[in-house]
Design a protein around this ligand. Structure first.
Ligand code: ATP
Length: 628
C-alpha cells in the first residue's frame, strides 16, 4: 500500500492538549519536591518580593512592603507589588509552569527569586483553596481581579469594582486544609517568616489576631553591618552563630566572593568532627533562606566550619531547597576554599596563638587540606602536631633533630616499638593516623636532606645493642631450641640488650612479614581443604619477605634466668610464653594458630607452677615457712 493509500484509509489525527491532574501534581510536590509544608510561606514571600521588584523597576519610588496577617485560622499576605490584570491572571497564575519572570529581560530576570512558575502550587500543600485579589500597577485603569483556585484544578475569575482594591498590589488569602492548621498559627507564621525572610530587601511584617505587629526583616545581614572594632564584629557574628546555628564558634572567618555576590561568614566548630561528615551550611539567595543544610558549598576538606552566606549568582533547584550543582557553584566552592586557606596563612604569619588554638582542635582538617597543597603544608609544617618518639611535636622540629625519620604503619606498631626505638636513638613518627603517613612522605621534598623510611624489623634490630659474644655463645643451646619452636611461626629469635629493662621480648613484625604470613596460612588452609588450585595460586605468590623476629632482652632478669633453664620441655614452653607475651604487646589480632600457642604456653606454665608448689609441699611441708 502506498503512502497516499494509507492517508486515504486512516482519518486525520486530531490535536489534543495535555491535561494536568492538579491533585497528582500537588501530591508530587508535597511528597517529593518540598521537604516540609513550611515552604508554602517562602513561596508567598518570594512572590511578594518579586512583585515589588518588578514594580520598582519601573517606579523606584513605589511602596515596598509585605504584610502578613494570621487571624481567624487563616493567612492573608498583602504586597504592594506590580499586581496582575485579568489577562495576566489567566496567563501566569492559572498556567502551571509559566512565569512572568522567565519572560522578563535577562538583566531583570537576575533580580527575581522565582523562575519556574510552580511556586504558588506550594500553597495547595496546606490549603484547598487559594484566593488572590490583585490590581495591576502596570495598567492603572485595569480593574481589580479576584482569582479563586481549588486544589482539584478548577478556578474562577471575576472582575471587581475599582474600590474593592484602590491601590495596586496583590493579596493572597489561604484557609488551612484540615490537618494543616499548625502552619497558620500566628507564632508559627512569624517564626517561618523570620527564618525565610529575615534578610529580604523590603519590609515584611506579621500581625496576629489582636493586631500586634512584628517586623520580620532585620537587614543588613549581621556580616554586612558596620562595627566600631574588629572585636565587636567578631562578637556579633559569634552571637549570630550561637543563636542561628546553635553552637558557640571557636573562631569566625569572614567570607566574600565579590564576583559571585557571595558574602557571609564561616564559623569554626568548637570541637573536632569526623572528616567524613559533610558540612551543613545556611545559604540565602538574594536574602531568601534557601537551605540550612547545603553540603556542596565548601570543599570536602573544610569539614571544620559551618557557613552562613547570602549569594546573588548561585542557582537554586526547583524545590529551592538546595543549590544547583553547576560551574558557578564549583567556582564559588573553590573561592571559599581559598578564603579559608588564606585565613589560615594569615594566622600563621600574624597570630600564631590563635592558630595554635584552632589546630589544637582541627589539625585533622588542616592535614586533609595540606595533602593536596604543598604550599599550605610548607606553611603549616612548624605548626601541625604529629605523634613521635619525641612526643607530640611538629614535623619541622622532628626533622631538625632526626635526619632519618622512621614511620610505622600502624598505631599499634608505634605504641609497641616507640619506647624501645626511642631508647635506641631512633626517631619514629606514628604513621597510623589518618593523613599522617601521606604528609610525612612529602617531607623530603619540603626539607631536602631529610630521609623518610618505613620502620622495619631489621632497622630496629640493628639499633638494639648486641650482647657480649660469650653471652651469645652461652645462650646458643637455648636459641637453637627457640629457633625450632618459632620456625612454624615464621619467626627468628635473637638476643640483644635494650631498654626498658622491664620488657623481656619484642616481636618485630613489619607489614611485609605479616602479609607473607597471612598468605602462608591461607595456602596451608587451602591445601588441607583439598583446594589444590587455590593453594597453587597462593603458593605462586610466595614472597621473600624476611621473617618476623622475636628479640629477647638480655637486660631483663627473667630472660637471663630462662636462658639457663636445663629442662628442655620447660624451655620450649617459656619460648612460647615469651612469644605470646610479645604478641599481646603488639596489640594486633591473633590468628587461630597464635591463640592455640598462647593457650598452650599459659596452661603449660600454670601446670609447671602447680606441680612445683604441690611437689614442694609434698616433699617438705615446712618448706614455704622456712623461706619466709
Ligand atoms: N504576589 C504576586 N504579585 C504579582 N504576580 C504574582 C504574584 N504571585 C504570583 N504572581 C504571578 O504568577 C506567576 C506564577 O507564580 P509562581 O509562584 O507559581 O511561580 P514563579 O514565582 O514565577 O516561579 P517559581 O516557581 O520559581 O516560584 C508569577 O510568575 C507571577 O507572574
Amino acid at each position: 500500500m502506498s503512502n497516499a493509500d494509507a492517508d486515504r484509509a486512516t482519518p486525520p489525527a486530531a490535536d489534543h492538549t495535555f491535561q494536568v491532574d492538579l491533585r497528582g501534581l500537588v501530591d508530587l510536590l508535597s511528597h517529593h519536591l518540598y521537604s516540609s509544608p513550611r515552604v508554602y510561606l517562602r513561596e508567598l514571600l518570594q512572590n511578594g518580593i518579586d512583585a515589588i521588584t518588578a514594580r520598582r523597576a519601573a517606579d523606584p519610588a513605589a511602596p515596598a512592603a509585605i504584610r502578613l496577617t494570621a487571624a481567624g485560622g487563616g493567612l492573608r499576605v498583602e504586597d504592594s507589588g506590580i499586581g496582575l490584570t485579568e489577562e495576566d491572571v489567566h496567563r501566569f497564575l492559572a498556567t502551571i509552569g509559566r512565569s512572568s519572570k522567565r519572560d522578563a529581560l535577562e538583566t531583570a530576570r537576575r533580580d527575581y527569586l522565582g523562575q519556574f512558575g510552580i511556586g504558588l502550587l506550594a500553597c495547595f500543600v496546606v490549603a484547598d483553596e487559594i484566593t488572590v485579589v490583585t490590581r495591576s500597577a502596570g495598567t492603572p485603569d485595569a480593574p481589580p481581579v479576584e482569582w479563586r483556585a481549588r486544589a482539584d484544578g478548577r478556578y474562577a475569575v471575576r472582575v471587581l469594582p475599582a474600590d474593592a482594591r484602590p491601590e495596586p498590589g496583590t493579596t493572597v488569602l489561604l484557609t488551612p486544609r484540615r490537618g494543616s492548621e499548625e502552619w497558620f498559627a500566628a507564632d508559627r507564621v512569624l517564626d517561618l517568616a523570620r527564618d525565610f525572610g529575615g534578610l529580604l530587601p523590603y519590609d515584611i511584617t506579621v500581625a496576629d489576631e489582636t493586631g500586634r505587629t512584628s517586623l520580620v526583616t532585620d537587614t543588613p545581614a549581621v556580616w554586612d553591618r558596620e562595627y566600631p572594632t574588629p572585636e565587636s564584629r567578631h562578637s556579633a557574628l559569634a552571637r549570630y552563630c550561637t543563636e542561628t546555628l546553635g553552637f558557640a564558634p571557636l573562631d569566625v572567618i569572614d567570607l566574600s566572593v565579590p564576583l559571585a555576590g557571595v558574602r557571609g561568614a564561616a564559623f569554626v566548630l568548637p570541637s573536632a568532627v569526623s572528616p567524613a561528615m559533610r558540612g551543613k551550611h545556611r545559604v540565602h539567595l538574594k536574602g531568601m533562606l534557601l537551605t540550612e543544610s547545603a553540603d556542596t558549598l565548601l570543599p570536602d576538606w573544610a569539614f571544620f566550619v559551618r557557613c552562613a552566606v547570602d549569594t546573588e549568582a548561585l542557582r537554586p533547584t526547583a524545590s529551592r531547597e538546595s543549590l544547583y550543582d553547576d560551574e558557578a557553584l564549583a567556582a564559588v566552592r573553590d573561592a571559599l576554599g581559598a578564603g579559608l586557606r588564606s585565613w589560615l596563612t594569615g594566622l600563621a604569619a600574624h597570630e600564631p596563638e590563635r592558630l595554635g588554638r584552632f589546630l589544637a582542635v582541627h589539625h585533622l582538617g588542616v592535614k586533609a587540606m595540606a595533602r593536596h597543597d604543598d604550599e599550605l603544608l610548607e606553611l603549616m609544617l612548624p605548626w601541625l602536631p604529629f605523634e613521635t618518639t619525641d612526643g607530640r611535636v611538629s614535623l619541622d622540629e622532628f626533622a631538625g633533630r632526626h635526619r632519618v625519620v622512621h614511620i610505622t604503619d600502624t598505631v599499634e606498631e608505634f605504641r609497641q616499638i616507640a619506647p624501645i626505638a626511642a631508647a635506641a636513638g631512633l626517631g619514629v613518627v606514628n604513621g597510623g593516623y589518618t593523613y599522617d603517613a601521606d604528609l610525612v612522605g612529602r617531607l623530603p621534598a619540603l626539607r631536602p636532606g631529610t630521609v623518610v623510611d618505613r620502620l622495619d624489623p631489621d632497622t630496629v634490630t640493628a639499633h638494639l645493642d648486641p650482647v657480649d659474644p660469650f653471652v651469645e655463645l652461652a645462650a646458643g643451646d637455648f636459641l637453637a631450641l627457640a629457633r625450632t619452636v618459632l620456625a612454624p611461626l615464621e619467626c627468628e629469635p635473637s638476643l640483644r640488650t635494650f631498654h626498658p629493662v622491664a620488657v623481656p621480648a619484642l616481636l618485630l613484625d613489619g607489614r611485609d612479614e605479616r602479609n607473607e604470613r597471612t598468605r602462608a596460612q591461607a595456602e596451608s588452609a587451602a591445601a588441607s581443604a583439598g583446594d589444590d588450585l587455590w593453594a597453587g595460586i597462593l603458593g605462586a605468590l610466595r614472597g621473600d619477605a624476611p621473617q618476623a623476629r622475636l628479640v629477647l632482652n638480655h637486660l631483663n632478669p627473667l630472660v637471663r634466668r630462662i636462658l639457663t633453664v636445663p629442662d628442655e620441655e620447660l624451655a620450649r614452653t617459656t619460648v612460647e610464653g615469651l612469644y605470646g607475651q610479645a604478641l599481646l604487646l603488639s596489640r594486633r589480632p591473633l590468628s587461630a594458630q597464635e591463640s592455640t600457642l598462647l593457650n598452650r604456653s599459659f596452661l603449660g606454665l600454670l601446670e609447671r607452677a602447680v606441680d612445683n608448689t604441690a611437689g614442694g609441699a609434698a616433699a617438705d611441708p615446712a618448706g614455704p615457712a622456712d623461706e619466709k
